[in-house]
Design a protein around this ligand. Structure first.
Ligand code: ARG
Length: 461
């Protein structure tokens, strides 16, 4: 097939070079955006008197046919075409002759690819936002079912203080709501139209960039034609938001993997989200959670690759930038896949409330509360801390816990102890008394849950 750009060069690149140069395998997924962009461009050319209205009508009709045929499978994408833009223009030209050849007036592939990519990513970001909301709903549901479930909270992966499982889950919800914010933020900045910037400098034709921007749902045209075709910061911003979201998913996955182990046994994953071992009959492996954790690395790689690809490029367009799509598409696909599997895995996960509670009863996680008890009776915190630490050591030697220390022993240690000490160090008390804003007390947890539900309802509207 003769190349549309054959002219200055013969277009006779080697097969090896053609394959190397080609991006159709990657960018064909933007066919719809490319066609919509071309329709808006053709209509604008006619409205501005650059093309006869009859030509624009033919172009728009033929583009509509191509879109329909691609969707129905009647027309297949030629893998030998250089990219999706060239392929569609070629089909148009085959069908309309000279009229097809007029479409590319006052346009370049440089603004064309930038507008296609922004439109594509705008839609994909919205799809990811929906999936994130589904995850947030699953978290809210699990939290609601566990507003009375006590487990040890950890620092350094050592039992620290008792918390409500709902509180722990809602911590992730807060992270994912920020991820949601970052996505819509990235889209806000992305939503300016590069179309009409042409190769880099704009055009001598009397075009109307406001018109195409509006037709394609952008907030307006990019203000500088060189910037419009040069930067891919919108990819980087989206990739950063994805990378952060994956980091959150990965930490959550790591906890699920730990909780599902025999050592913790805090949860049981539904069979649908686990695999068996080919050799060890007793195994139920949390492969899905592990893969989400593992795929986080890919998304970080996509971000790093894109940043690195861009860092040395002079303005304006350089072919290096063709690499942007493979990275961002990989990230989009990975993130969507991970959310699609993670959400039902979380929703179907069974919480072993008894085991959580049991773990909280050991490990002296009410030691802070014992110290606080003495402080409230008048002892300075550091003295109370020391006394409690000594008592913990003593208990460990005697195989006791703070709840089983005889009252006489408490009295020996300090006259400040009263019989109400046992109530003060009950797990329920430890949790209930943490009434500080954002703490693990039930009222605070319910307030967080209500806030989350309201946010999800609001974003539905
Ligand atoms: N396939 C190219 C890309 O993805 C399209 C833009 C090509 N422009 C050019 N002047 N060669 O970046």
């Amino acid at each position: 097939m003769e190349k549309l750009w054959a002219g200055r060069t013969s277009g006779a690149a080697s097969k090896l070079a053609d394959d190397f140069n080609s991006s159709i395998g990657v960018d064909q997924r933007m066919y719809r955006q490319d066609i919509c962009g071309s329709m808006a461009h053709a209509n604008m050319l006619a409205a501005c008197g650059i093309l006869p209205a009859s030509d624009a009508a033919l172009l728009v009709d033929a583009l509509g046919d191509i879109l329909e045929e691609l969707e129905s499978g009647k027309l297949t994408i030629d893998p030998a075409a250089e990219d999706i833009h060239m392929f569609i223009e070629q089909v148009l030209t085959d069908r309309l002759g000279d009229v097809g050849k007029r479409l590319h007036t006052a346009r370049s592939r440089n603004d064309q690819v930038a507008v296609d990519l922004r439109m594509y990513l705008r839609d994909e970001a919205a799809a990811v936002e929906e999936k994130l909301k589904a995850l947030l709903t699953a978290i809210a549901d699990q939290a609601e079912a566990n507003v009375d479930t006590i487990l040890p909270g950890y620092t350094h992966l050592q039992r620290a203080q008792p918390i409500l499982f709902a509180h722990h889950l809602l911590a992730y919800a807060m992270m994912f709501t920020r991820d949601l914010g970052r996505l819509s933020d990235a889209v806000k900045r992305m939503n300016e139209s590069p179309l009409g910037a042409c190769a880099l400098a704009g055009t001598t034709y009397p075009t109307d960039r406001q018109m195409t921007a509006k037709a394609l749902g952008f907030d307006g045209p990019c203000r500088n034609s060189i910037d419009a075709v040069s930067d891919r910061d919108f990819c980087v911003e989206l990739l950063s938001a994805f990378a952060l979201m994956m980091m959150h998913l990965s930490r959550f996955s790591e906890e699920i993997i730990l909780w599902a182990s025999w050592e913790f046994h805090f949860i049981e994953l539904d069979d649908g989200y686990t695999t068996g071992s080919s050799i060890m009959p007793q195994k139920k492996n949390p492969d899905m959670a592990e893969l989400v954790r593992g795929k986080t690395g890919r998304v970080y790689g996509d971000l790093m690759g894109t940043l690195t690809m861009l860092k040395g490029l002079p303005l304006a367009y350089n072919k290096d930038m063709q690499e942007d799509k493979e990275a961002i598409f990989d990230a989009v696909d990975t993130v969507k896949q991970c959310l699609d599997i993670f959400t039902p895995m979380l929703a179907t996960m069974k919480v072993q409330k008894e085991n959580m509670r049991h773990a909280a009863q050991k490990g002296f996680i009410n030691a802070t509360d014992l110290a606080d008890y003495l402080v409230k009776k008048g002892m300075p915190f550091r003295s109370a801390y020391k006394l409690t630490g000594g008592l913990v050591t003593e208990c460990m030697k005697n195989g006791q816990v703070l709840e089983t220390v005889p009252f006489a022993r408490y009295k020996e240690l300090s006259s400040l102890f009263d019989s109400d000490v046992y109530d003060a160090i009950r797990l329920e008390t430890c949790v209930e008394k943490r009434t500080s804003e954002g703490g693990t007390g039930k009222a605070s947890v319910l307030a967080q849950l209500e806030w989350l539900r309201a946010l999800l309802n609001d974003t539905e509207k």
